[in-house]
Design a protein around this ligand. Structure first.
Ligand code: 13P
Length: 336
């Protein structure tokens, strides 16, 4: 695949007023989400839940792509239509999570490095055949008393860049995600410094590994106060600091930046994105790739009565897509 084709996919992912829905929870992670709403974690429940989300009416109006887990990429609707076909028919690009999750970083207690490079070339080639157009790899950076270490940042960014190069070789757009966690009592400034150092390291590594930025999407965490910080920065402060940090560290050649929600409430995630777009224009479109902030309300409804609340849960997820699509344009308005 040529760089022009990768670039076209990347640009479609961040088309004006559109963003990504992340439904790529591993079987362990979805188990936690299901347990919170008393749903047994069976393969059929996972399939049925993802069908509810992916077939929500008009989802494609504000959703350009969905990130799936390996199992989901291979599943079909109850009527037997592969999810990848339903998605492409609705203008939603199939994406795939390809990392194998974070593991303890030897020699650095409390820090983690994401694994999954072994055999990745073969897996990517199979995913491309199954219809995946883009992939995701999430690195986790934890802020603590003495962390993150430079070693942790470097190891994670090196792996992200190796992954991104392999994706492009396979004709898949890499979404590179260095998530700086919200856990901790650090303030906005500390989050800014860690995020900037991480992004600088990431783009250094991408350059070293010959990754074409024009065919790469950045999935970023916002510059935000730690969850346990006594003084929480307000919406405008988060928006200003996040945009300032991105401008300092992210090359303009990147086709777009999408954010994770990371534990923010639905409304916070939307309000922050909207505020950032209201202080534009920026060098790149800023949009969303939310997991929890797209799904949580719909999951609760669906879990209460899967059959009876099916349509209502679909309406809820379509509404979240619409609100976040408006925020990606800076046109969202808080409900009175
Ligand atoms: P959240 O929006 O729930 O943080 O999930 C997004 C995601 O895909 C993290 O990798």
């Amino acid at each position: 695949m040529s760089i022009e084709q990768l670039e076209a996919i990347a640009q479609a992912m961040v088309a004006p007023g559109k963003g990504i829905i992340a439904i790529d929870e591993s079987t362990n992670t979805i188990a936690k989400r299901f347990a919170a709403v008393n749903v047994p974690n069976s393969e059929e429940n996972r399939r049925a839940y993802r069908e509810m989300l992916l077939t929500a009416p008009n989802l494609g109006e504000h959703i350009s792509g969905a990130i799936l887990y390996d199992e989901t990429l291979r599943q079909s609707t109850r009527a037997g239509v592969p999810f990848t076909k339903v998605m492409m028919d609705n203008g939603i690009l199939p994406g795939i999570k390809v990392d194998k999750g974070p593991q303890s970083l030897a020699g650095f207690p409390g820090e983690v490095v994401t694994e999954g490079l072994d055999g990745l070339r073969e897996r990517l080639n199979e995913y491309a055949k199954l219809g995946a157009k883009f992939a995701k790899w999430r690195a986790v950076i934890t802020i603590g008393e003495d962390s993150p270490s430079g070693t942790c940042i470097e190891a994670n960014c090196h792996a992200l860049a190796r992954y991104a190069a392999l994706c492009q070789e396979a004709g898949i757009v890499p979404m590179v995600e260095p998530e700086v966690l919200m856990d901790g009592d650090h303030d906005l400034e500390v989050c800014y410094d860690v995020t900037e150092a991480t992004l600088r390291s990431l783009f250094g590594s991408l350059y070293e590994q010959n990754v074409m930025l024009e065919g790469t999407i950045l999935k970023a965490s916002m510059v935000i106060s730690g969850k346990g910080c006594a003084e929480q920065a307000d919406v405008d402060e988060v928006a200003e600091a996040t945009v300032r940090c991105l401008k300092a560290a992210v090359p303009a050649a990147i086709p777009g930046i999408v954010f994770l929600s990371g534990g923010q409430s639905d409304e916070q995630a939307t309000a922050h994105l909207n505020a950032m777009n209201q202080i534009g224009p920026h060098p790149w479109p800023l949009s969303f790739s939310y997991g929890r902030a797209m799904q949580s309300a719909a999951l609760k409804l669906w879990a209460k009565d899967m059959a009876k609340n099916f349509a209502e849960a679909q309406k809820t997820v379509s509404m979240r897509a619409k609100e976040n699509g408006l925020a990606a344009l800076g046109q969202w308005q808080k409900a009175a």
